[in-house]
Ligand binder design. Sequence first.
Ligand code: RM4
Ligand code: MN
Ligand code: MN
Length: 433
Amino acid sequence: MATPFEIDNSFISEQNQKTDDWVEEDYQHLSKKLRRQNVDIEDLVTRAEAFRVAIPSWGVGTGGTRFARFPGPGEPRDIYEKLEDCGTIYKLVRSTPAVSLHIPWDKPEDAGDLREFARQRDLHFDAMNSNTFQDQPGQKHSYKFGSLTHPEKSVREQAIQHNIECIEVGKALGSKAHTVWIGDGGNFPGQQHFRRALERYLESMREIYAALPDDWRVFIEHKFYEPAFYSTVINDWGTSYYCARELGPKAFCLVDLGHHAPNVNIEMIVARLIQFGKLAGFHFNDSKYGDDDLDSVSVKPFQLFLIFNELVDAELNQEPHFDPAYMLDQSHNVTDPIESLMMSGVELVRAYIQAHLVDRQELTDAQAKCDPLRALATLKQAFTTDVAPILAAARARAGGAIDPIGTFRASGYRQRKAEERPARKGAAASGIV
Ligand code: RM4
Ligand code: MN
Ligand code: MN
């Protein structure tokens, strides 16, 4: 087999040279501007370079809705090709060295081999993700009426074993966390006994928790609806927090931005979980109506900034148990997934750096003096600062692209993959469906 096409580092630097001059000019200008605020631009570049977010293995395939999926050319057909695409994203944006694996969609036949393949591309594995929201071919019991909370012990047992298997695969891959999201819930009033279902959840999770290695964490992901449309068992952060506390110190609460009702104050939930020492991390995406899985920052940039404002505040205060794991959880239905993931990767660093620009002394003072307008103005000052030159410098210094999407398009990567990866008969590339 011919060696798969890769974007050369020399191609990236050639492309960078085209824009080097104006990036430098903008950088110098911003540097002067920030100096007036007593901010050292180099410090922000260092922070931008250190920012990390994981790519979900399923994110590099085209997503879809329950109505249709429109596959794009050159989609990855297996986990190795998915890792190739993750490696390409990482090369260009430099903030995405980790991959979060979904089992069984991307279950490796040989975990050691996959780990080595990832290592050769400077990638490693972040949190594992189990799937008990679908039935798999040959599976003994159905999850139609639930998994970890199913009324029948044998179904629960099967779902528990699946999660333990995910941990086993994760151990071989070098992962250190396991994320559990269940689709369990009810479509009709009366269908489920709310309290008993939650008791069964805890009983099942205790067994999964017991299988965690000492240095692992388990992440509980809540979601208020879908696929169950009337009630879900782990419906909100309060339930998630209760369960994490019941389970013990290795259990934390994961916030997926799309898993809340419209208008919920997510930044406040984040602050609460930080305060209680139970924030696991995030599945980043954006949403308008529900779990739309839109690209991060496509609809509500100020919300993401406010979330990062809480995260940076906690980081600077060195809050105990604060070690958030970041992942993008998006469904790329109408865009090239590589382009979407690169843009989102960049947007997250932007929100993070903008949050670092908040004058915390000024904000604390405005709060103490009961001056809401000054408090908001302090936040807006940071939010409206164009930090693009900082992000570009961070990428370029780490060997990435000043213009990741332009460079990706100019490289012809997708066209080359379309030739290398003809659709395999009967193989449905997975995305979120
Ligand atoms: C769920 C949830 C999970 C993701 C699945 C595909 O809504 O966000 O994290 O694994 O979708
Ligand atoms: Mn999620
Ligand atoms: Mn979701």
